[in-house]
Write a protein that binds this ligand. Structure first.
Ligand code: FES
Ligand code: FES
Length: 185
């Protein structure tokens, strides 16, 4: 009997369920862009090296060009299209806009999705390769420009907008910290 080469899957994308049949070799990136018309997620290298296709799956960042769509069955995907609330941009999007954290904008959706994950990973106390003291009792490291550069190092920008990108992530981190303090007060 011939083996099936396609299967039906259901993905929840930006809160909406989508059921479709996909060839087993199809990447999540191609499903988003070619099947669901969610073209905010960009294809750069298509081999996991540039970060342009970064999306969140169950809250964790992944490069969608290396993720098979069938392996995403039943999981929750967040793309750049799912971040704003109506006309109100997500604070990370607003920070990129306020600080000109882009030039051509091609890498920007991936940068922003990655930045969201950076803030969550940092809030959860995850160290990075730039963290001096990784002992649990040392607590989370300050989100310095060096920490941000390391944590965002999977996202390349051919325009070289790295300085304002780091500034935008730092601004969003500051706002997130303020919100956390306000809700704890
Ligand atoms: S397109 Fe996926 S990492 Fe470059
Ligand atoms: S803004 Fe052009 S590639 Fe980053």
């Amino acid at each position: 009997m011939a083996q099936a080469t396609a299967s039906p899957i259901t993905l929840t994308i930006n809160g909406e369920p989508h059921t479709l049949t996909v060839d087993h070799r199809t990447t999540l990136l191609d499903v988003l862009r070619e099947r669901l018309d969610l073209t905010g997620t960009k294809k750069g290298c298509d081999q996991g090296q540039c970060g342009a296709c970064t999306v969140l799956v169950d809250g964790r960042r992944i490069v969608a060009c290396l993720q098979l769509a069938v392996a995403t069955e039943g999981r929750a995907v967040t793309t750049i299209e799912g971040l704003a609330e109506g006309d109100e941009l997500h604070p990370v999007q607003q920070a990129f806009l306020d600080l000109d954290g882009f030039q051509c904008g091609y890498c920007t959706p991936g940068q922003i999705c990655s930045a969201l994950a950076v803030l969550d990973e940092h809030a959860a106390g995850w160290p990075s390769a730039a963290t001096d003291d990784v002992r649990p009792e040392a607590g989370p490291p300050a989100l310095t420009p060096e920490e941000i550069r390391e944590r965002m190092s999977g996202n390349l920008c051919r325009c070289g907008a790295y300085v304002p990108i780091v500034q935008a992530v730092a601004k969003a981190a500051g706002q997130a910290a303020e919100t956390t303090e306000e809700s704890a007060a």
